[in-house]
Design a protein around this ligand. Structure first.
Ligand SMILES: [Zn+2]
Length: 261
């Protein structure tokens, strides 16, 4: 349901409910505001200037992208995306030289775009190939800087994107890590399910871990290991445009499912 006051649409999208309509009507009556509800369009029009029925807006042509419910599903949600490693820290390296930091950043940038297209506020720990704390920072300083960005911005969600690696090149699959709190477990389940669906990788499940970035972030947080860069097939998957796009789409859908929008 959309709400217009004096012809201006409020930047919120709420489910139609009898309670909400009653509240709006009672409120309007007590303030001598005019109110009109159009049930076919699920729009409430409010006139705060007088108790007269509000003047209804003239129908605009089809392309009103800002009115598209799709574009505001994540309005008022803030998400910090952490592309793991970067700059002087390449992360893991694949058999043919693919760098984890590049795969992580590519997925993170694609995810950012999808979230922003749906109204979310996105904070990136990095949006280029660089260290987050400062050039050549230590691993601990890097992790601390990422946590600080999420905490200082008081985001709703923190999602750290990584590729896995192991000495045995046969290891494959996708894992999502959480620090055990109920909301982070729920987020991890949403992300993991979608990643498996979209990537077609082996499901290594959601697991508890005490990784710094999910332990010290003060909000719901998850760290995903999208696939094993040390496995030749998954290295190709993580380095390919399709694989990266599928991973980003999966994370996007998982976030939408987590917020139940
Ligand atoms: Zn990593």
């Amino acid at each position: 349901m959309r709400i217009f006051i004096d012809g201006q649409q409020l930047p919120i999208l709420v489910r139609v409910s009898h309670d909400l309509l009653t509240t709006l009507k009672t409120l309007s009556r007590s303030l001598s505001w005019g109110i009109f509800y159009d049930p076919t369009k699920e729009v409430v029009y409010i006139n705060s200037k007088s108790s007269a029925i509000p003047v209804l807006p003239i129908e605009r042509p089809a392309d009103t992208s800002s009115d598209d419910p799709e574009s505001v599903r994540l309005l008022n949600k803030s998400i910090c995306i952490d592309a793991g490693h970067g700059g002087s820290d390449p992360g893991a390296t694949g058999p043919t030289g693919t760098l984890e930091k590049d795969n992580n950043l590519a997925i993170a940038l694609l995810l950012k775009e999808k979230l922003e297209n749906n109204g979310a506020k996105v904070i990136m720990t990095r949006d280029s190939d660089r260290n987050v704390a400062y050039a050549d920072a230590s691993a601990n300083e890097e992790l601390g800087a990422r946590v600080d960005i999420a905490n200082d911005n008081q985001v709703d969600l923190f999602i750290s994107i990584h590729n896995d690696a192991f000495t045995n090149a046969n290891a494959t699959g996708t894992t999502t890590y959480h620090y055990g709190d109920i909301e982070s477990v729920r987020l991890s389940n949403c992300l993991q399910k979608k990643l498996i669906e979209h990537l077609g990788t082996k499901n290594r499940g959601c697991r508890y871990a005490s990784f710094y970035v999910i332990r010290y972030t003060e909000m719901t947080a998850a760290l995903i290991e999208a696939g094993f860069i040390s496995n030749p097939e998954e290295e190709v998957l993580m380095a390919s445009a399709d694989g990266r796009m599928n991973a980003a789409q999966a994370l996007f859908e998982g976030i939408m499912q987590y917020f139940r929008v």
